[in-house]
Design a protein around this ligand. Structure first.
Ligand SMILES: *Cc1c(COP(=O)(O)O)cnc(C)c1O
Length: 398
């Protein structure tokens, strides 16, 4: 047997993969599966953005760029934060990477020492804890429930912070819950953090995907004293339907950004040149396409929340952002379906796939034993059909 590095050992294979593989197999056999498992917008990348990439290609923009990303893009990112939040970042305080996931990976590598604690509110996006582990860190989970709309209370944070805390991760709007922190909550969190020395990683990837005129605020804007130890992570994947282009970025003080850039320089170097040209158009160009997509997501959210709550045994909050719902399905756990006992969200997701041909992501990967995640980045017809199928299948559980 091959000898593997110790660092691979704590990284757990995702339970989601088994369901995804099964759904893929069913589809390849011609079964009509309603797919609620996508982690990306179903829209195509807007034409203006594609055209910018084609233009860059024709211009011969096919060579290495600056490791940190082309200057016009880093400037456009800094200008965006100036324009929208009144925050001033120099271009050397911006690092463009191969997706926000890569930005986060570089930052964990640059900031976390073995034994350092990384505070992660749950339910959480799947990769934070594994990235922390890969850097030798110790993930510390702060649990939340529907009782606080899946948002941590400042007091919970105060109780969990310790001298060993190195990083606090805040993802708002949140994947998988859609939970979004308002101004007062952010101020309360800032007040607690102010008494500590830890870094804050603010994962703002769903910043533009918010509903009902929800006002997005930024921790640094509300609490300027946190600027030097907050790193803002964002990207074009979710806002502009550009998941395949792989462009994300980080803004923060020059020391941490330079350290992350050094790590990037010894792994991927610059992100794809043409994709950077596309991201420049995405961020710097007209934003009408974003409003169109968000408007459609909001209609879908309204439909899916209403249909799910009409199903006996399901309780689903109405999220303020992102494109996921995180219904509570604990009423079905411990029950029997198709002569099998449902012991976990994974079993429920498995049953939904087999019985209803509906693909959902079980909550375990996000740190929950009571929920499943449904993405509504799919047509309203699919949402109606999928919810009908779920109602019928769940109605058979005794
Ligand atoms: C999708 C996602 C990312 C990563 O996006 P990239 O495609 O790598 O830019 C990061 N954080 C959260 C919460 C996400 O949902």
């Amino acid at each position: 047997m091959t000898t593997l590095a110790d660092r691979t050992l704590p990284i757990k294979p995702s339970v989601t993969l088994a369901i995804a593989a099964k759904a893929g197999k069913l589809r390849s056999e011609g079964v009509d599966v309603v797919n609620f498992s996508a982690g990306e917008p179903d829209f195509d990348t807007p034409e203006r953005i594609k055209a910018a990439a084609v233009e860059a290609l024709k211009r011969g923009m096919t060579k290495y760029t600056d490791v940190k990303g082309i200057e016009p893009l880093r400037k456009a990112i800094a200008e965006k934060y100036q324009r929208e939040y009144g925050l001033a970042y120099r271009k050397d305080e911006v690092l463009v990477s191969c997706g926000a996931k890569h930005s986060l990976y570089n930052l964990f590598q640059a900031a976390v020492n073995p034994g350092d604690e990384v505070l992660i509110p749950a339910p959480y996006w799947v990769s934070y804890s594994d990235m922390a582990l890969l850097a030798g860190g110790v993930p510390k989970i702060i649990q939340t429930t529907e009782a606080t709309d899946f948002r941590i209370r400042a007091q919970q944070l105060a109780d969990t912070l310790s001298p060993r805390t190195r990083v606090f991760v805040l993802n708002s709007p949140c994947n998988p819950t859609g939970a979004s922190y308002d101004k007062d909550e952010l101020l309360a969190i800032a007040k607690v953090i102010d008494k500590h020395k830890c870094l804050i990683i603010a994962d703002d990837i769903y910043e533009k995907i918010v509903y009902d005129a929800f006002q997005v605020h930024n921790l640094v804007q509300l609490s300027p004293s946190l600027r030097d130890r907050t790193i803002i992570v964002n990207g074009v994947s979710k806002t502009y339907a550009m998941t395949g282009w792989r462009i994300g970025y980080a803004l923060g003080s020059e020391d941490i950004i330079s350290a992350a850039a050094k790590i990037q320089s010894q792994s991927t170097s610059n992100p794809t040149s043409i994709a950077q040209a596309a991201a420049l158009e995405a961020i710097g160009g007209p934003q009408d396409d974003v409003a169109m997509m968000v408007g459609e997501f909001q209609k879908r959210r309204n439909v899916i929340v209403e249909r799910l709550n009409a199903i006996d045994g399901i309780h689903c909050l109405k999220p303020q952002g992102a494109f996921y719902v995180f219904p509570n399905i604990s009423a079905f756990i411990g029950k029997t379906a198709n002569r099998k006992k449902l012991g976990s969200p994974c079993d429920v997701a498995d049953y939904l796939l087999e019985e209803a041909k509906v693909a959902a992501v079980p909550g375990e990967d996000f740190g929950s034993k009571a929920h499943i995640r449904l993405s509504y980045a799919t047509s309203r017809e699919n949402i109606e059909e999928g919810c009908r199928r779920m109602r019928d299948a769940l109605g058979k559980i005794r």
